[in-house]
Ligand binder design. Structure first.
Ligand SMILES: [Zn+2]
Ligand SMILES: [Zn+2]
Length: 119
């Protein structure tokens, strides 16, 4: 199952810094249009990388370590068997610390991703 995780955010300022040639001499709306295209490509690249990472040996081993730490029990409801690993933060995605990850069951995982209001 795929969850809606945020690809790294790149704002228009960073875009301009990275792509001076696309910006020079252009009108604001032109810059914005190429920023939108570039962002799409950038996100797509990131997603391709992330999907590959989820299939990698490194992620497999990390996941195993998280499940082991949790004794194969969901760290949210503490009853169901953990089958999935949730990122508490995507800050270090690809190079996560153990504290960035928790073992969860499918229904708690769903719940985590549905809860959008921070309270
Ligand atoms: Zn659970
Ligand atoms: Zn998750």
């Amino acid at each position: 199952m795929k969850y809606d995780i945020p690809a790294p955010k790149i704002n228009i300022k960073e875009f301009c810094k990275k792509n001076p040639r696309l910006v020079r001499g252009r009108k604001k709306h032109q810059i914005y249009a190429s920023y939108k295209i570039w962002k799409k490509k950038h996100n797509h690249k990131w997603w391709t990388w992330y999907n590959g990472y989820l299939k990698s040996q490194a992620w497999f081993e990390k996941k195993e370590a998280v499940h082991k730490r949790a004794e194969y029990t969901c760290e949210i409801c503490k009853t169901a068997t953990s089958f999935q690993v949730h990122h508490l933060t995507y800050e270090r995605v690809g190079n996560e610390n153990m504290e960035d990850l928790i073992a969860v069951c499918a229904s708690c995982h769903e719940e985590l991703h549905n809860r959008k209001v921070a309270t």
